[in-house]
Design a protein around this ligand. Structure first.
Ligand SMILES: Nc1nc2c(c(=O)[nH]1)N[C@H]1C(S)=C(S)[C@@H](COP(=O)(O)OP(=O)(O)OC[C@H]3O[C@@H](n4cnc5c(=O)[nH]c(N)nc54)[C@H](O)[C@@H]3O)O[C@H]1N2
Ligand SMILES: Nc1nc2c(c(=O)[nH]1)N[C@H]1C(S)=C(S)[C@@H](COP(=O)(O)OP(=O)(O)OC[C@H]3O[C@@H](n4cnc5c(=O)[nH]c(N)nc54)[C@H](O)[C@@H]3O)O[C@H]1N2
Ligand code: SF4
Ligand SMILES: [Mo]
Length: 704
């Protein structure tokens, strides 16, 4: 039996362990984990945590499948065959770390430190394990990582109105009379939203509205399904506000006190009514009227805005437009009302020790920032994407799988195949990115290391302590970073600390108590008070007024520059026509929405998830299928200007004509022909602060 023997924190040999779900999901569930024989078993949601409320998703409930999987990486490996061949031999940790450090040094000698690009994302959301890699980057002056793939359009769009990334307590959904789930599919992607929304329906007869581009598992449960074309949410929001103004539902007293220029908005919306929006969204004007009136008549309307509808080239504009509805209706005033996207701003972490942020005042602060989403162009030597600096010739990758999940996939793969590029991948499984590596390092899972977590879609701070020993020779991200720092002569006090010390330091220096306290309580609720959360003392701008007319130049989002056609952004909420509209050559619009049993590229390795998802499929309207001569199950080729993939047709009438959905993200190799869905998606940045328009693709479809 694997007995861990840290006297301060012995691993549990048998019994129940308390933890937090580490995955990239806004729910950040508080977990209770059965442990026996030093291995994890069944995982349950904590009832004591009022957001988790005893509910977790199916894929994490059967986490034992993933943690105890026979294919887990357990030894460091060195590539023997050609890149991508999958031929590796086991080596020792010392050999692996020496080789990485040696190659980083060689690269640096040749091109300077910016040729090294540490690359990571949110495969674990633990603050120590996810973000510690930045400490190495900063200490060495390597190219910095501009993270963009997920949240940038959504966050910048939300910030544009209230000025702060926070909102009403997400548990208040249960006290709402109308829950509007907008552009997110929580049944699949963050199940706890449903817990609180359904509670409102059961306890108060609340209605649930779901705005999506297909009849998602969440829309199946809606009282009011709202099916629109992708990238047209701005138009729908405008028409709703038009009706609110027109029919006397606008809260004029509230607007006078809390908004910048409601008269300007009202006049801008004059010619943006339901008929106008019908032509853009595909949603019948009378249904838009009804929805607007429902919102108008219901003070306690809670808009729960997700990420999905912002993964379009006009995504930030659309997010802003949607939050404006809550202001025009005055919903923020009411308990159970307002607009919520994420609570990013409420935690106030001091991440100096974890990330080495103090180093940014030195030369490290001048190092270029390379855009995560543009890894294809960057590895392919695009000068603009490289910010005029040296080529990237060495990488360390943790917690992400760009060869499957990054846009413009053909280019990404070409980049990873470069002979002059050295890549070390630290992973739990032999992902498609690890397969392209020179050195592969085996990583621990969340139950095998200590870390600190925060809710995104809720307001808890949680501890995820080490509960069991890892299999084989797995090491944590922190161990790898500190071992490399040691070999590379990188200096910072954070390298000398253990993960528990880093957690304790971070809590203390953020005004969140101590590790001992958090350990005893397991999680702490840091929800701001009602008045603050509802902006009753004003929004987070100097004059306290919500910006109906966004000032994108003043949006407090950290980015190295502005991106995309940001100068052409509309002055008011609008339908911003920069999406990839269908045309003659590419007559369909493709959305790559998440599959329920996968989480990005994670869980594609577990038998339970594989059995439920079966194979990559393209959901297509039956009448569109007839037009193309397609029958159920036919193999089709789906192509955009960027690339193509093969999948099987699934006839499905829960879509507007001309829209297709491929639930994702399958490994590329799961597609016949080996090219994945991201062969089709583009990496051109979304305005104004970057990000990938993963759900905004024009495509053509043909029987393969
Ligand atoms: N099962 C599962 N859970 C996940 C993930 C996963 O891959 N699988 N991924 C995790 C991650 S990293 C994140 S960021 C979150 C994301 O979770 P969400 O906020 O739910 O965002 P998306 O998953 O991108 O898309 C959600 C929905 O938006 C819809 N959508 C796409 N385009 C539009 C549009 O233009 N308008 C409207 N109204 N709807 C649109 C899609 O059809 C989809 O149903 O989920 C996390 N949870
Ligand atoms: N077409 C399309 N593409 C998309 C999306 C989409 O909706 N459609 N969604 C996008 C979004 S929102 C996101 S966030 C990205 C996410 O894409 P990824 O960042 O690739 O997502 P994950 O699958 O969450 O995590 C990646 C890897 O982290 C590893 N990992 C987990 N924990 C640890 C750890 O502690 N240490 C180490 N070393 N490794 C660990 C896992 O094994 C996993 O292989 O994908 C994006 N790509
Ligand atoms: S719903 Fe999200 S946070 Fe909760 S267990 Fe599932 S993946 Fe983890
Ligand atoms: Mo994400």
């Amino acid at each position: 039996m694997n007995q861990h023997i840290d006297p301060k924190h012995p691993a549990v040999a048998a019994g129940t362990g308390y933890s937090a779900c580490p995955h990239d999901c806004p729910s950040t569930c508080a977990l209770e984990i059965d442990i026996s024989g030093g291995r994890i078993g069944r995982v349950r949601g904590s009832r004591a945590n009022s957001y988790t409320a005893g509910v977790i998703c199916a894929k994490v409930a059967r986490y034992a499948e993933r943690a105890n999987h026979p294919d887990r990486l357990t030894q460091p490996l060195r590539r023997t065959g050609p890149k991508g061949s999958g031929s590796f031999v086991p080596i020792s940790w010392d050999e692996a770390l020496d080789e990485i450090a040696g190659r980083f040094r060689d690269a640096e000698r040749r091109y300077g430190p910016e040729t090294v690009w540490p690359y990571f994302y949110a495969g674990t959301m633990g603050l120590v394990m996810r973000d510690g890699i930045n400490r190495l980057t900063h200490a060495k002056g390597y190219s910095r990582f501009f993270s963009s793939i997920c949240v940038n359009p959504a966050w910048s769009g939300f910030l544009a109105g209230p000025g702060r990334l926070a909102g009403p307590d997400p548990r208040e959904m249960a006290k709402s009379d109308l829950v509007v789930i907008w552009g997110t599919n929580p049944v699949s992607t963050q199940v706890n939203v449903m817990t609180h929304a359904v509670r409102a329906r059961k306890e108060r007869g609340a209605k649930i509205v779901v705005v999506d581009v297909y009849r998602s598992p969440t829309m199946e449960q809606a009282d009011v399904p709202v099916l629109i074309r992708p990238g047209t949410d701005g138009a729908l929001a405008c028409a709703i506000m038009h009706v609110l103004f027109r029919d006397g539902f606008a809260d004029r007293a509230y607007l006078a006190e809390f908004a910048d220029d409601s008269a300007g908005l009202e006049s801008h919306l004059q010619d943006r009514g339901p008929q106008w929006a019908q032509a853009i969204t595909g949603m019948p004007a009378d249904e838009i009227e009804k929805l607007a009136q429902l919102i108008g008549r219901t003070p306690k309307t809670f808009i729960r805005a997700g990420y999905g509808f912002t993964r379009s080239r006009n995504g930030a504009v659309n997010m802003h437009a949607v939050t404006c509805i809550a202001t025009v209706a005055g919903s923020w005033r009411h308990e159970g009302g307002g607009a919520f996207h994420t609570n990013g701003a409420i935690f106030g972490w001091n991440k100096r020790m974890i990330e080495g942020l103090d180093l940014l005042t030195g030369p490290a602060g001048a190092a270029r920032q390379l855009d995560q989403s543009r890894i294809g162009e960057i590895l392919d030597g695009d000068e603009e994407a490289l910010a005029g600096g040296p080529p990237v010739t060495a990488m360390l990758i943790q917690n992400t799988n760009p060869v499957s999940i990054a846009p413009d996939q053909e280019r990404v793969r070409r980049g990873f195949a470069r002979e002059d590029l050295f890549v070390a991948v630290h992973e739990q499984f032999m992902t498609e990115t690890a397969q392209m590596a020179d050195i592969v390092l085996p990583a621990t899972m969340f139950t095998e290391h200590d870390d600190l977590y925060q809710g995104g879609g809720n307001q808890y701070v949680l501890l995820g302590p080490k509960l069991v020993d890892p299999p084989g020779e797995c090491r944590s991200n922190h161990e790898v970073i500190t071992a490399l720092a040691d070999r590379l002569g990188a200096e910072h006090p954070g390298f000398a600390m253990s993960p528990r010390e880093l957690v304790d330091w971070t809590l203390r220096n953020s005004g969140r108590g101590t590790l001992d306290e958090l350990e005893e309580r397991r999680f702490i609720d840091v929800q701001p008070d009602f008045e603050t959360a509802h902006y009753l003392k004003g929004f987070a701008w100097p004059d306290g007024r919500f910006r109906l007319r966004p000032q994108w130049n003043k949006v407090p989002f950290k980015a190295p520059a502005k991106f995309g056609p940001h100068q052409a952004m509309p002055e008011w909420p609008d339908h911003w026509d920069v999406i990839e509209e269908a045309n003659e050559e590419y007559p369909f619009r493709l959305v790559t929405a998440p599959a329920r049993s996968f989480l990005n590229s994670s869980f594609t390795e577990t038998p339970g998830s594989q059995a439920r998802e079966k194979r990559p499929e393209l959901m297509i309207h039956p009448e569109d299928a007839v037009g193309l001569g397609l029958a159920e199950g036919d193999l089709v080729e789906l192509a955009s200007a960027r690339g193509a993939t093969l999948l099987h047709a699934r006839l499905f009438d829960g879509l507007r004509r001309g829209v297709v959905v491929a639930e994702s993200i399958w490994p590329n190799r799961a597609h016949e022909g080996g090219k994945g869905i991201n062969s089709l998606t583009g990496s051109d940045p979304v305005a104004p602060f970057g990000g990938a328009a993963l759900h905004d693709n024009r495509v053509r479809i043909a029987r393969a």
